[in-house]
Design a protein around this ligand. Structure first.
Ligand SMILES: [Zn+2]
Length: 253
């Protein structure tokens, strides 16, 4: 493909990413409050309904200099950051995984993981609707990847079953039920090899990053696992096969 077309394609993917990113902001704020995600966006301060030209992701925030057009109240930086993050991650997914249907599913998965991370970080709960969405993506993945369906079905239980036993034995103290369901749904998407890798990555990243956060900012001692599991799932989905090949090569040398 000519370079210009590739660049244009990535720009389009980025724009899709930031538009969906603005929907993710709505989900992040409204799902924990059990509000409908459908009504039009409004200013958190004065309640004024936003015009279509004030709702363009990232760019509207910059043009309005981060303030409501009606009342001048500051708009949280989280809005443009989540939008930009979703756009950038979409581009990374397509760059790492190629332009194919798998990448579309990985993008949707990434968006759900962003919402899940933000909500779990704040409320220490993973809403069931997010895990169900991931499971639906997993079913679609199974249909596309029919010849490897066993790997996906084993992936659904191989990590989640172990976590469920820990959950059961500890009476939900050691790990949350939402984390168990997350690993089941993500395992269906990734297959058994990648979900095991995702879990290992999450444990390593979780312990290192959480220790640093506790030292630096005095973050709470309670550990929300969802964000680290999400990060592990994302990395394993995009680079897991390469990492496993690299490791097997070292072992066989
Ligand atoms: Zn306002």
């Amino acid at each position: 493909m000519p370079v210009q077309i590739t660049i244009l394609l990535y720009i389009i993917i980025f724009l899709y990413g930031i538009v969906i990113g603005s929907f993710l902001n709505v989900c992040i704020y409204r799902i924990p409050e059990k509000e409908s995600i459908m009504p039009r966006s409004h200013c958190m301060n004065c309640g004024a309904t936003l015009h279509w030209y004030d709702m363009f992701p990232v760019f509207s925030y910059i043009i309005l200099r981060g303030r409501c057009r009606n009342c001048g109240a500051k708009i949280s930086k989280q809005y443009p950051l989540i939008e930009a993050l979703n756009g950038i991650l979409y581009v990374i997914v397509f760059m790492a995984n190629g332009i194919n249907i798998n990448s579309v599913l990985y993008c949707l998965m990434t968006s759900v993981l962003i919402v899940l991370t933000m909500i779990d970080e704040r409320t220490f709960e993973i809403p069931l609707c997010l895990n169900i969405t991931l499971a639906v993506i997993g079913v679609v993945m199974c249909v596309i990847d029919r010849q490897d369906i066993i790997s996906h079905l084993v992936g659904m239980v191989c990590v989640s079953l172990v976590l469920f036993i820990i959950y059961f034995l500890s009476g939900g103290q050691a790990i949350g039920g939402g984390d168990v369901k997350l690993m089941a749904a993500a395992g269906l998407i990734l297959g058994w090899k990648l979900i095991i890798l995702a879990f290992l990555l999450a444990c390593i990243l979780g312990s290192v990053i959480h220790l640093i956060r506790m030292k630096v900012s005095g973050a709470k001692h309670i550990l929300a696992m969802g964000p680290y599991l999400s990060l592990g799932i994302f990395i394993a989905a995009l680079w897991g096969n390469g990492m496993i090949d690299w490791y097997v090569n070292i072992l066989c040398r």
